[in-house]
Write a protein that binds this ligand. Sequence first.
Ligand SMILES: N[C@@H](CC(=O)c1ccccc1NC=O)C(=O)O
Ligand SMILES: [Zn+2]
Ligand SMILES: [Zn+2]
Length: 205
Amino acid sequence: MKIWDISQPLKDGVPTWPGDTPFTFKLNWTKEETGSVNVGNLSLSTHTGTHVDAPYHFDDDGKRMLDLQPELYVGDALVVHLENRESITPDDLKGYDLSNVERLLIKTSSWKDRSQFPESITYLSPELAPFLKENGIRLIGVDVPSVDQLDSKDLASHHSLLNHDIHILESVILDEVEEGVYELIALPLPLADSDASPVRAILRR
Ligand SMILES: N[C@@H](CC(=O)c1ccccc1NC=O)C(=O)O
Ligand SMILES: [Zn+2]
Ligand SMILES: [Zn+2]
């Protein structure tokens, strides 16, 4: 069994949404101070690195992280490579067999320098959601920090996906992953009130 780690490493300087909380890890207590252990402290935005959005992120009445079923984030996933596009539309997926896949990961290769927050990305057209729903998709993953255009205020694709019961996984790292079906494991933390959660995402086969 081979494993592909498709998570963005979390370390100081990992890019965040402009103006959002910077990621820091520091020792709150050192082994020297306690005489026995190092104890860390994390400060981070819920949208840091590879993460899932809860509906509450963009809908005040939406489900929070702990309300979501873990099984959404574990199971077979199809990876497709659709590069050099401004957006992804249903036409782009016409050539793929989506039967029997509930999870779809789209490798857009549009975020080239991951040491910086991107200036533009390939985004999902809002018409994609009804098409995905018809094909039984329940989780969509992208290799960029948003499913919408970065300057979007209405978050049309986020809302369209939610309206079609499709959940969102963002900033997966698919550089080393070829098209095909894999088992995805990308479990969020059980954060009761949260709008999102970082995940450790892997593919295996
Ligand atoms: N909706 C975006 C994230 C987002 O909009 C955002 C994330 C962190 C801090 C600010 C954000 N948006 C607007 O101020 C996303 O999850 O794709
Ligand atoms: Zn997010
Ligand atoms: Zn999002």
